[in-house]
Design a protein. Structure first.
Length: 270
C-alpha cells in the first residue's frame, strides 16, 4: 500500500506544476528519534542500574498545535518495575508559540508492560511506610498532567500525578516542578541545564531535588551529548528499611539509584 501511495504522489507532482517544490518545502508533521545512552536517568534516578539504554519514538505535530507521541526505553525491573524491562510513554497535548513565549499542555502515560506493582523486586520503591498494608496489584504505570511555559531558551514545567505515583500507594497528587535551559552557542555546540524537585504526596521521603549540566555537539544531524547528573535523593543502602532509591539487584547487592554520574549519549532525529 505504501508503494502505491508513493507512486501516485510522484505522478501528481509531475502533472501539477510547482507541486514537487511545495512538497519538498513543507516539513513533515511526523518525526522520529533514536538515542543510545550510557545510563537512563529519569528525573535524576537511574532506570537501568548504571547500564546503557536504547531509546526511540515518534511524534506527530499538527499545524493547529495539537500533537501526539510515543517514546520507549529499556529499563531494569529492580528500579521499581517488577517483571518489566521496557518503558512505553504515550502523550498528547497542545503547544503554541507567542513570539518569544511558548505554552505546552498535555497528558502523559508511563506504562511498563509485563510489570506487577506487587512484585518482589524493587520493593522499597513500591511500598509506602505511611500507608502500612496498602499495595497496588496492577501493572506499574503513572498518568500525569503537565503544563509548561517557555521564554526563548528557558522552560518551566509542572507535572501532576493523576494516579498513585508509579503505583506507590497513597501518592496520587504528587508533583514535579522543573526548570530547564538550552542555549545554542553556534557551530553545532550547545549547553543545557536542569533542576527539578519531586514532592511526593503522603510520602515525604520519596521527594528529592535533581540537577543536570550538559553540553552537546551536532555533527551533521547526529547529536553527541555529555552531562553531569546528580540528586540529593535519600539513597543510603545501609538504612533499615532501605531508602526508596536504594535498589536491590537481582544478582545480589544494592545500587544507589540517585548517585552522581556522567551520562554520555548520541541521538538522531529523522
Amino acid at each position: 500500500m505504501r508503494k502505491s501511495i508513493l507512486s501516485l504522489s510522484v505522478a501528481a507532482a509531475l502533472l501539477v506544476p510547482g507541486l514537487a517544490a511545495a512538497q519538498a518545502a513543507a516539513p513533515s508533521p511526523l518525526t522520529g528519534n533514536a538515542t543510545l545512552i550510557t545510563d537512563y536517568r529519569f528525573r535524576g534516578i537511574s532506570q537501568t542500574i548504571g547500564k546503557p539504554a536504547f531509546q526511540g519514538g515518534f511524534d506527530y505535530a499538527h499545524a493547529s498545535g495539537f500533537y501526539l507521541g510515543n517514546w520507549n526505553s529499556n529499563v531494569s525491573e529492580v528500579a521499581g518495575y517488577p517483571g518489566a524491562n521496557l518503558e512505553m510513554d504515550f502523550y498528547g497535548g497542545y503547544k503554541r508559540a507567542f513570539g518569544d513565549y511558548g505554552l505546552d499542555v498535555g497528558l502523559l502515560e508511563y506504562y511498563y508492560p509485563g510489570s506487577k506493582a506487587s512484585g518482589s523486586f524493587g520493593a522499597a520503591a513500591l511500598t509506602n511506610p505511611h500507608s502500612p498494608g496498602k499495595t497496588n496489584s496492577s501493572n506499574v504505570h503513572n498518568t500525569e498532567f503537565y503544563l509548561a511555559g517557555s521564554w526563548k531558551w528557558i522552560t518551566l514545567k509542572w507535572s501532576h500525578a493523576l494516579t498513585d505515583y508509579f503505583m506507590v500507594p497513597d501518592t496520587k497528587g504528587s508533583n514535579y516542578l522543573e526548570a530547564s535551559a538550552t542555549y545554542d552557542m553556534g557551530n553545532g555546540w550547545g549547553v543545557n541545564g536542569h533542576v527539578g524537585h519531586l514532592s511526593a504526596h503522603n510520602f515525604s521521603e520519596l521527594g528529592y531535588t535533581d540537577y543536570k549540566l550538559g553540553v552537546t555537539k551536532d555533527l551533521s544531524g547526529w547529536v553527541l551529548g555529555a552531562a553531569l547528573v546528580s540528586t540529593n535523593a535519600k539513597h543510603n543502602c545501609s538504612n533499615t528499611p532501605a531508602d526508596p532509591y536504594c535498589f536491590v539487584k537481582v544478582t545480589g547487592g544494592t545500587y544507589d539509584g540517585g548517585k552522581s554520574t556522567v551520562v554520555l549519549s548520541v541521538s538522531k532525529t529523522f
